[in-house]
Every structure is written in structure tokens, then in C-alpha cells.
Design a protein around this ligand. Structure first.
Ligand SMILES: [Zn+2]
Length: 443
């Protein structure tokens, strides 16, 4: 199934399954205690693997906790940045408004200056006029130019009044200008303060941005580490699957050996019994009719030993490759077949003679072919999943070894492999209770 598998296990798995594949032949050479030794080794490996797996799972859990904590920290920083951004925008608006205010004051000051200039000119003009009207350069002569004393007094009063008014206006205007300039100075001070606040906020935001970047990079590291750990866990789980299936196969092999041993003993006893019966008969009848049918029990024994593996030697490996995942319990679920991994395009063969009854695309199986087989009076079903394509169709008869498609990674699959299922009887829907371990049926 998945891509990650410890090479050592795969090599180990291959050696064992190769040995087991010929168990029918080599079983006599291998004793039960040899196999038990192998089982012990597998169990030791399972224990080690389980302890490693628990360690990796713990690490993954702690990594996930850290990720959650960092992610919530990032969220907090994000909220702070968001708040600060709102404040910065407010301050920037204040800067713009204050600049406008200063500009407005500038215009008013300019206008005041203009008014003062004008008033100043009027005042000077007035003094000049007094001389011109008097026809003399001396102010006294202006006054002396009066036709009467009354006229003289009027002139003096008039001149004084006008000059006083002009001076008063001038003073008022100068006062206005001073006030405007004071106000402008205040506003400029205010602007400086706003700008200082804004600069503080911007530097605070820069800090937060930096904090956020650091946390994001930490999160990224944690995620990449988690992905490694996850692969590690998946690899070890697959390894556990393989080890468990290896153990099962070895146990089956011991059982087979015992059955063979029992059958052999039974046959020997039967032969003894028959020989004794024949002798007795011979002695009773004392007839010399001797039928050389004594070796008959031997073929009978052969037949009985054949009937046990009758179901086991009729299928072939449907593809070349390594068994990347075994049959049985996996990830708290059930893997109803075996995964044979190799490269895309590796030919897939019919595991036995049969008739194709389904050739279709499934969202989970991908491109999939199902074949029904009739062997020694029993029905079997084989399933070939995740193929890149197939070249057979429903109703078509196929013979063992015939290419029916090519290896791929279609459907619910993470890499090129053949997912191969074998059923004693018809295919059964999930949880595929009728599925059996194909390795026990491949000769
Ligand atoms: Zn599979």
C-alpha cells in the first residue's frame, strides 16, 4: 500500500515468503522447532516495532499539541496586528487632518499679514495726506493752514482720531496675526506628537510582523517534522502488518507440518494394520493367492495429504514486486488483501484460470478486474485493484498467467501497487468477511 517501508523488513519478508512459498517441498527439511524459532524472531521484531511505533506516536502527539499552541499564538498576534492596523489608519487620518489645519492656518496668517500691510500703508498714506493737505512738509503748517481756530481744532481732532483708529486697527490685526501664529505653533506641536505616536505604532507593528514570521516558520518546521513522524508511524504500522502476517503464515506452516506428520503416522498405522490383516487372512486361508496390492495405502496417503493443500497451490502471484502490506488487521481496521508494490505498468496476471465477471472503474478500487474461479469443485474470487488500465472485459475467460492489465495507482491509492484480494466463494462487500489471505493459496 503506502510507499514507506523499512527495507530490512521487506528483505526479511521476501526471504520468509520465498521460503514459505515452497513450504510444500521444504517443509520436511524444516522442523517445527525451526519454524518456532522464526516465529520467536518475528515476535521479537514485533515487540521492538511496537515500542518504536508507540514512541513515534507519542512524539507525533506532542508535535500536534505544539502546532495547536503555535497556531493559536499566531492567531493572537494576528489579532494584535489587526487592531494596530486600525489604530495606524486612524493616526494617519489624524496626520492628514492636522496638516490640512496647518495649511488653513497658514492661509489665515497670510491673509492677516496682507491686512496688516494694507493697514500700515493706509496709516502712512494718512500721515502723508496730512502734509499734502497742509501744502507744507511740517505737520504744524497743516494745522496752521486752518481758516479759523475752530477749523484748526477740527483739523487737529480729525487728524488724531483718524491716526488713532488706524493705529488701533493695526494693533488689532497684529494681535490677530500673533494669535494665529501661536495656534499654528500648537497645531504643529500636535502634529509632531501624532507623528511620533504613528512611528511608535509602526515599530510595534514591525515587531509583531517579525514575531508572526518567526512563529510561522516554527509552525512550518513542526509541520514538516509531523509529516516525517506520520510517515514513520505509517511505515511502522505497515511493518506491524507484515510481521503479523508473517507470524500467521509461520504458524500455519507449523500446523501444516503437524497435519502432515499425523497423516504420515496414520498411513503407517493403516499400512501396519492392513499388513497384519493380510497376514491373518493368509494364515487363516493359507491360500497362496498373494495380491501385490499392499502399496495401495501409500497412494491413499498421498491423496489425503494432497487434499489439504488442494486449495493452496492453485494460484500464482499476480504481479512481480514486493509485498508492501499484508493481509489482515491494519490501522485499527482490516486489510482484505495483499499489496504488491512495483513500478507503474508492471503487468498484472490472472492468478488462476477463470472468468472475468467485472472490469470497471471504482472510486476506491480504481481500475479493477474481478475474476471468478472454479477449482476442484470450489468457487474462488480474485480482485485486482488500482490498475493503470485493464485489457479484459466481463464474461471473458482467462487462463492462469494471462495479462489482464497493468499496475497503477488509480482510486484510493498513494503509489503504484496492486491490491490483490482472494475470496473463498464470492466477493463480499466491506468489511470483506469472505476474504482470505492470498499468500496461503499461492503455490
Ligand atoms: Zn491494499
Amino acid at each position: 500500500m503506502k510507499s514507506t517501508l523499512l527495507r530490512t523488513t521487506m528483505v526479511f519478508g521476501l526471504t520468509v515468503s520465498t521460503a514459505l512459498a515452497y513450504s510444500g517441498v521444504s517443509a520436511y527439511a524444516e522442523t517445527s522447532s525451526d519454524i518456532q524459532q522464526k516465529i520467536n524472531n518475528v515476535q521479537k521484531k514485533q515487540e521492538q516495532n511496537q515500542s518504536d511505533l508507540n514512541k513515534s506516536k507519542k512524539e507525533l502527539q506532542s508535535n500536534n499539541n505544539k502546532q495547536q499552541s503555535v497556531a493559536s499564538q499566531i492567531q493572537e498576534v494576528d489579532e494584535n496586528i489587526e487592531n494596530l492596523n486600525v489604530k495606524i489608519t486612524g493616526k494617519e487620518n489624524q496626520v492628514a487632518d492636522t496638516k490640512k489645519e496647518i495649511e488653513h492656518l497658514n492661509k489665515e496668517i497670510d491673509a492677516a499679514k496682507e491686512r496688516i500691510k494694507k493697514r500700515d500703508r493706509i496709516l502712512k498714506e494718512r500721515v502723508k495726506t496730512m502734509y499734502i493737505n497742509g501744502g507744507s512738509v511740517k505737520p504744524m503748517e497743516v494745522l496752521l493752514g486752518a481758516k479759523s481756530f475752530g477749523d484748526f481744532v477740527d483739523r487737529v481732532l480729525a487728524l488724531n482720531t483718524i491716526a488713532k483708529q488706524d493705529k488701533k486697527l493695526l494693533r488689532e490685526q497684529q494681535e490677530d496675526k500673533k494669535l494665529l501664529e501661536e495656534k499654528q505653533a500648537q497645531v504643529k506641536q500636535k502634529l509632531d506628537q501624532i507623528k511620533a505616536d504613528l512611528a511608535d505604532m509602526k515599530s510595534m507593528k514591525a515587531d509583531l510582523d517579525q514575531q508572526k514570521a518567526k512563529k510561522q516558520s516554527l509552525l512550518k518546521d513542526l509541520k514538516s517534522k509531523a509529516s516525517e513522524l506520520h510517515e514513520d508511524v505509517v511505515g511502522k504500522q505497515e511493518q506491524a502488518d507484515i510481521l503479523a502476517s508473517q507470524e500467521q503464515v509461520l504458524k500455519n506452516n507449523i500446523a501444516k507440518l503437524k497435519a502432515q506428520e499425523e497423516a504420515r503416522k496414520k498411513a503407517q498405522e493403516e499400512a501396519k494394520r492392513k499388513a497384519a490383516a493380510a497376514k491373518e487372512k493368509e494364515a487363516k486361508q493359507s491360500a497362496p493367492v498373494s495380491r501385490s496390492s499392499d502399496p495401495n495405502p501409500a497412494p491413499a496417503t498421498t491423496r489425503s495429504t494432497q487434499s489439504a493443500p488442494e486449495s493452496s497451490a492453485n494460484f500464482i502471484m499476480p504481479a512481480a514486486g514486493v509485498i508492501s502490506s499484508g493481509f489482515g488487521a491494519r490501522d485499527g481496521g482490516f486489510h482484505p488483501g495483499i499489496d504488491i508494490a512495483s513500478s507503474t505498468g508492471t503487468p498484472i496476471h490472472a492468478a488462476a484460470d477463470g472468468v472475468v465477471f467485472r472490469a470497471y472503474h471504482s472510486s476506491s478500487y480504481g481500475n479493477c478486474v474481478m475474476i471468478t474461479h472454479r477449482i476442484n469443485g470450489h468457487t474462488y474470487t480474485t480482485v485486482y485493484a488500482h490498475m493503470s488500465g485493464y485489457n479484459v472485459s466481463a464474461g471473458q475467460a482467462v487462463s492462469q498467467g494471462q495479462t489482464i492489465g497493468a499496475m497503477g495507482s488509480t482510486g484510493d491509492s498513494t503509489g503504484p501497487h496492486l491490491h490483490f484480494e482472494l475470496y473463498q466463494g464470492p466477493w463480499t462487500p466491506p468489511p470483506h468477511n469472505g476474504a482470505v489471505n492470498p499468500l496461503n493459496y499461492i503455490g
